[in-house]
Design a protein around this ligand. Sequence first.
Ligand code: COA
Length: 157
Amino acid sequence: MFGLRRAVADDSSRIWEVRRQAIQVGCREYYSQEDIRRWASAPLYAEFPAMVELTEFYVIADAERIAAFGNLDLSKSEIGAMFVHPDFQGSGLGRRILSTLEEIAVKPGLSSLSLVATLNAEPFYAAAGFLPRECTKWKHPLGFELDCVPMYKTWAR
Ligand SMILES: CC(C)(COP(=O)(O)OP(=O)(O)OC[C@H]1O[C@@H](n2cnc3c(N)ncnc32)[C@H](O)[C@@H]1OP(=O)(O)O)[C@@H](O)C(=O)NCCC(=O)NCCS
């Protein structure tokens, strides 16, 4: 049975595989084949396992599979990643992780969160109360650019 837990560095390669498949299926109608290929095939970078440990990084998983993950960087007040395996997209796992990260953000007294949404994910974040800014280009560390929507949410402290 799937449960929500904090991710550990050893999860990194399975997390990266969920990311790859989530992009290939969830984003394919919004980006060119070439953009999907470059983005999904980006290799797991050396600093990623440390980032998993150092940020608020959560997975929904059972003993064998990771179904979804998301992370919050409290130092930047930013949701950094949110990916659900294609087998489970649209079944509420993304919302569960996002709610968890929002609850964590409230505790140290943050009053806003920002993120950069893929075009396909904008309605998901909008349904959770995030507001869009003007569409812009997100520059991937490998050099290519993707259309995206910066979004933010504020709340009273
Ligand atoms: C975007 C993503 C994280 C959303 O997670 P998910 O588990 O599929 O979404 P949920 O099932 O939790 O959806 C929660 C709510 O968001 C809304 N929503 C989600 N996707 C939506 C869509 N494409 N259009 C409109 N509303 C949507 C719905 O209101 C839904 O509530 P409902 O069940 O009452 O209809 C997931 O689909 C994914 O990994 N996509 C591919 C990768 C990606 O783009 N990641 C985001 C990078 S910024």
